[in-house]
Design a protein around this ligand. Structure first.
Ligand code: ADP
Length: 264
């Protein structure tokens, strides 16, 4: 029917206990990196799926070394998620060529999103982590409204230019009454490899005072480290490649906070 939004009929995903969204105001702050490593860290403690709904830049297949893999379908036509490092994954990147600019709009986009939730055989999951596209457009708002999301993890870099946009994303979740689990400050600092001194890659802005005023917890601080980007590039994220690194340990601590928020 013209103008009908397929999400109107959206219900709980069967056998999925909790859905959490990973969101950011801007692109490039490390949202997909956090979503992927957080999902891997969570999978040490729970049954976890990862849905890459970043339709404008689906990078999770590549980060998990699964970009060449093909989806399979069950006899009743359901999509089987791929399994990588014990994690069930699904991405729009498995459906369209990663180089193709995604120009879908409106109904076609919502149909694809709808399929992610209805036609993927997730099986029993404690947590489905959704990597949302950055910002606060139609897709984000529709998902936030129509899927039963238990909470959102916000990702930002420290500076005010990133904060301005993350505030808008937090306002969006407030409006649709989705609790903010907490904020992960990514690329918070870098350690000088020669003398171990902290280098501030981005100037510290008003993030701390803003979080205080909104009573939002900072649930983690991830430094900038080339081993984070190199491991993502090679398809073995840092939590898998080097769980005992500072960043690996930081993701594990974040995952424990998420688990305690969800009371799992
Ligand atoms: P977004 O999803 O917000 O657009 P990505 O997760 O794709 O951002 O990250 C953008 C780039 O920054 C990627 O190349 C990623 O490997 C790199 N990156 C993200 N976080 C870190 C970090 N903590 N240290 C080093 N590189 C990082």
């Amino acid at each position: 029917m013209a103008g009908m939004n397929p999400f109107e009929q959206q219900k709980q995903i069967p056998n999925v206990k909790h859905i959490i969204a990973v969101s950011s105001g801007k692109g490039g702050v490390g949202k997909s990196t956090v979503a992927t490593n957080l999902a891997l860290a969570l999978s040490q403690h729970a049954k976890v799926g990862l849905l890459d709904a970043d339709i404008y830049g689906p990078s999770i297949p590549r980060m998990l070394g699964a970009n060449q893999q093909k989806l399979s379908f069950s006899a009743d036509g359901k999509i089987q998620p791929l399994v990588k490092f014990g994690l069930k994954i699904m991405s729009i990147g498995f459906l369209v060529d990663e180089n193709a600019a995604l120009i879908w709009r409106g109904p076609m986009l919502f149909k694809a999103m709808d399929q992610f939730f209805k036609d993927v055989e997730w099986g029993d999951l404690d947590i489905l982590v959704i990597d949302l596209p950055p910002g606060t457009g139609d897709v984000q708002l529709t998902m936030a409204q129509k899927i039963p999301i238990s909470g959102a993890v916000m990702v930002s870099t420290p500076q005010n230019i990133a904060l301005t946009d993350v505030k808008k994303a937090i306002d969006m979740f407030d409006k649709v009454k989705i609790p903010i689990i907490g904020l992960v400050e990514n690329m918070s600092y870098m350690l000088n490899p020669i003398n171990g001194e902290k280098i501030q890659l981005f100037p510290k802005g008003d993030l701390e005072s803003y979080l205080d005023s909104k009573k939002i917890q900072k649930i983690g601080t991830i430094p900038f480290h080339t081993q984070v980007s190199i491991s993502s590039e090679s398809g073995i994220p840092i939590v898998e490649a080097n769980p005992n690194s500072d960043e690996g340990v930081a993701f594990d601590q974040i995952s424990k906070k998420v688990i305690s928020f969800l009371k799992l």
